[in-house]
Write a protein that binds this ligand. Sequence first.
Ligand code: SF4
Length: 336
Amino acid sequence: MNDFNYHKAATIDEAVNVVNENPRAAYLAGGTNIIDLWKYNIISPELLMDVNQLGEGIIETSDGIRLSAFITNSATAWHPLIEERYPLLSKAILAGASAQIRNMATNGGNLLQRTRCYYFYDPNVPCNKREPGSGCSAKEGYNRIHAILGASEQCIAVFPSDMCVALAALGAVLNVSGSAGNRSISFNDFHRLPGDTPQLDNNLLHDEIITSIDLPSKGFATNYSYLKLRDRHSYAFALVSVATGLDLEDNIIKEARIALGGVAHKPWRVIAAEEYLVGKAPTAENFAIAAEIILQGAISFKYNAFKIELSKRAIVRNCLMALDPSSQLPGSQPSA
Ligand code: SF4
């Protein structure tokens, strides 16, 4: 680790202005990923701008709920409004990491965490995300956890968050502040595919900071499910995860949301699959057709071909569990 300066921000404007003036400044929230990156010499910030104290909690808005980006994942998952109106989000958060990490990690930090590709964390091997132009060790290496959708010649990493899979399904909107002012970004436009710039995970500028996350009023609280498939039941990243929200009337689907995690460089949503389900009965056969649409164009590498079939089965299983949310797998459950 390098020597560094530490500053505790009193306001968002102060934090933004200081970070804007120093290209080697970084925001510090829970620190659950940035400290790892630092210890592995993947980053070397000169100034840490602590923003933990800027949180405003969770508030109701005229058309939904606003989550502060600076409060913890635990505080969000266990908040009564989230448990009651957005249980899909609560369940996805509680499927991630460990209780200790969720108690430290913030909502904004969850969105900004880096990939868990092993080669990214090993400075001794080529990695285009860590060092653009050096190569991708995963393509010919051990790529069991890597992408089957949206990958590029440059990078086949996946984005590891559980929380973000639910936020994608819910259609969240991010509020961002920077030296050029404030702006809102729809969740599906926030994270990037690797393309020719795998070093960029998202569309945030250096000085910009996520201040809050808006959840639309529709929370799919009656028919929802989050399914996370992984090598062990706790403290492991998803091989495949699925967030499903259904709006049903007289056993016909009025609206469907399906997002996948663990399969691409960003949470993966295919609108055509959701539209296919509208007006259909919620059957395994119809969910299987939606799964085929979602997995169109999937490409595997030497060790991860199993993820394509696993994803299709996970989609069908999760959509069926959404018909009866009490049928979801045991584990950390919302208490509602
Ligand atoms: Fe680096 Fe991406 Fe290749 Fe992993 S998959 S080694 S993060 S370039």
